[in-house]
Write a protein that binds this ligand. Structure first.
Ligand code: ADP
Ligand code: MG
Length: 353
């Protein structure tokens, strides 16, 4: 009897217990979703800020930091054992998956930009002291000799085997595309974790992922090359659907990022492959917004070199693939049609259609 009464009590308690468990689970889930984590990292010569919301935010960011270090270990010309340093020394080799992808994308951007983007720029970067060493202004004769090795079409690459052979004097530099690729890779890695949203800033390469827990818009300040203004404007984006496809990149290239001054002249780190000198296209800041972080980074460097007219022509030929914010040396600001309504600035700007 007593046993029956006891088991009857248990039976009646089960739904109550289940309800309690469900409430606790819902609370835990709610608490988990409200969790956020952040990391500051110095890698690839820049300060990086990472921030994520969601149950797995800590684990996801730990994994992101590992990914940054892994890619830095492949691309860094400052690390003697990196894959790029080995290629630059040995002039041939079978490329890793990452390098194959980056080389193929670089070739595509080289073609799109009519040669303005060229990863064989490295010998020239070294001559200016931008790749370690002392800053200096190389003479015209020295530059014209080095420019003979700056030409991506001299690379012999097999897409089937992934083997690369390059001329004896050629050297590669993925500095114009590496951070955007890293940000994109991290967004892909995030899809393996339970996170609702994340924002990465890898030294001017911003990548947003998913949405913010409170449902508000992502806001990205576009850096200003002009000390008088804190930023050129603010870009706002609605939350994205999350998962591997739910990310967007906003990448800015400017001559004010890395430069040195000599005899009153400013020399910056984005080089025009036609002259071997810091690009003087009239554009002082180029921002590319795009779903593809690698393309956004490569294009921001390329368009900085190409200048306004060619930039607009390129954009018109690829409408819907990327959007631009251009700022020129006359203080004029231009924004492509696709960002109309997402960009707010204190400076009046012209919309490019
Ligand atoms: P940052 O690295 O400051 O974010 P960018 O993405 O514009 O800026 O990349 C600049 C880097 O790209 C340089 O430091 C150099 O490594 C490389 N680079 C410079 N000029 C070119 C060029 N014309 N084509 C490809 N890469 C370039
Ligand atoms: Mg770039």
């Amino acid at each position: 009897m007593g046993n029956r009464r006891f088991s009857g009590k248990v039976c009646r308690s089960i739904p109550v217990l289940l309800a309690c468990v469900i409430i606790v689970c819902l609370l835990l889930d709610h608490y988990g979703k409200g969790k956020s984590a952040s990391r500051s990292v110095f890698a690839m010569d820049t300060y990086m800020e990472l921030m994520a919301y969601g149950t797995d935010s800590e684990e996801a960011l730990d994994r992101a930091v590992v990914e940054i270090q892994r890619i830095d270990g492949l691309l860094s010309t400052g690390i003697a054992e990196s894959e790029v340093s080995r290629l630059n020394a040995e002039k041939e080799g079978a490329l890793s998956e990452d390098l194959r992808y980056l080389l193929e994308r670089s070739m595509e951007i080289n073609e799109m930009s009519g040669g303005a983007f060229d990863i064989t720029i490295y010998p020239v970067m070294k001559a200016w002291g931008f790749a370690g060493g002392e800053f200096r202004v190389p003479g015209d004769e020295e530059l014209s000799k080095l420019l003979a090795y700056v030409d991506m079409s001299s690379l012999k690459y097999s897409q089937e085997s992934g083997r690369l052979e390059m001329p004896r004097q050629a050297e590669l530099d993925f500095g114009g595309i590496g951070k955007g690729y890293t940000a994109q890779r991290i967004a892909e890695v995030f899809a393996e974790y339970d996170i609702g949203g994340a924002m990465l800033n890898l030294g001017g390469n911003v990548q947003i992922y998913g949405s913010k827990p409170d449902g508000s818009e992502w806001k990205i300040a576009v850096k200003s090359p002009d000390g008088a203004l804190p930023y050129l404007g603010i870009l706002s984006f609605e939350g994205l659907s999350g998962g591997a496809g739910g990310s967007r990149a906003v990448v800015t290239s400017g001559g004010y990022e890395r430069y040195f001054e000599k005899d009153g002249e400013i020399y910056h780190h984005i080089i025009d492959p036609r002259t071997g000198k810091p690009s003087d296209s009239g554009l002082v800041s180029v921002t590319v917004a795009c779903g593809d972080g690698t393309l956004a980074d490569g294009l921001s460097t390329a368009i900085f070199v190409m200048g306004y007219d060619k930039a607009v022509e390129l954009w018109r030929g690829h409408k819907g693939e990327f959007e631009l914010i251009l700022f020129d040396d006359q203080g004029k600001l231009y924004v492509t049609e696709g960002l109309e309504g997402s960009f707010v600035s204190e400076i009046e700007y012209e919309i490019i259609y």
